[in-house]
Write a protein that binds this ligand. Structure first.
Ligand code: MLT
Length: 267
């Protein structure tokens, strides 16, 4: 388990692993530190950015990212049953699907926020390649102009907007390109949904222009017993844009599922 993913953590107890979206890093989960009551919240950086900046992204795949997350879960849960509650946003959701496909024994519950089970369409794949060209020519910040209005709700204020821009700015172009290729070539996870047997929460910001409402509801319907909640006044980055609403939905999920603070499991 050399080269564990860089991460920040808070609290102690059952482990909640937070997997960020594209082209961001662990800092998008700053407000989720508030969930570290009775659990250990671990916000990781996928390879090539933040605290994982030294890791190579050559030949990166979503499955490769998932294997790295699996190594981190094993390290973090040593002596705690070896399982983690996993939350993935968008690209982080694609990683969470892969984690379930490849390492289901490590997953105790899932939160799928602003994400999609399907693979990219031909048009979507072409857009990934075009975005990789932009990142190569202008740096990752070059993607902000076209992406920002799709990512953030119109009501989201400057403080969040500036933090988002900073993450665009600081993600190396090669990392963004690796992510884009990995997302473009990812597996379709639609058939995986029916195999998910852990408690699952599907979340979507009401203004999310990337993850559509119909798709999110269909995804929740395809997962046995999954809960679905809409976060009002939030876009694609709901955990940043409406942190109280997002955290409350998560608390409610844990209080209604077998994973509440780990106590139900012990009884
Ligand atoms: C993300 O937020 O991770 C991206 O929007 C995912 C994607 O482009 O499919």
């Amino acid at each position: 388990m050399d080269d564990l993913l860089g991460h920040e953590s808070a609290g102690s107890g059952p482990v909640l692993v937070l997997i960020h979206g594209f082209p961001f890093d662990r800092r998008m989960w700053a407000a989720q530190g508030a969930l570290a009551q009775g659990r250990r919240v671990v916000a990781l950086d996928l390879p090539g950015r933040g605290l994982s900046a030294g890791m190579s992204v050559e030949g990166a795949t979503i499955d490769g990212y998932a294997d790295r997350v699996a190594d981190l879960i094993k390290a973090e849960t040593h002596g705690l049953g070896g399982q983690a509650d996993v939350s993935g946003l968008s690209m982080g959701g694609y990683v969470a699907f892969s984690l379930w496909r490849r390492h289901p024994e490590l997953v105790r519950s899932l939160i799928l926020s602003g994400t999609r089970a399907g693979a990219d369409s031909e048009e979507g794949r072409a857009a990934r390649t075009a975005n990789a060209d932009i990142a190569w020519a202008e740096g990752t910040i070059g993607l902000a102009e076209t992406m920002l209005d799709k990512i953030l709700a119109p009501t989201t204020g400057d403080e969040v907007r500036n933090r988002v821009i900073q993450m665009f700015d600081e993600t190396p172009a090669l990392t963004a390109i690796a992510d884009l290729v990995a997302m473009r070539d990812r597996a379709d996870s639609t058939d995986l949904l029916g195999t998910i047997i852990v408690p699952t929460l599907v979340l979507r910001g009401s203004e999310d222009a990337i993850a559509g409402e119909a798709d999110a509801k269909a995804m929740a319907a395809a997962i046995n017993g999954a809960r679905f909640a809409t976060i009002p006044a939030a876009g694609h980055l709901a955990p940043m844009e409406s942190p109280d609403g997002w955290n409350e939905a998560v608390r409610e999920f844990y209080s209604h599922s077998i994973v509440a603070g780990g106590l139900d499991e012990m009884s």
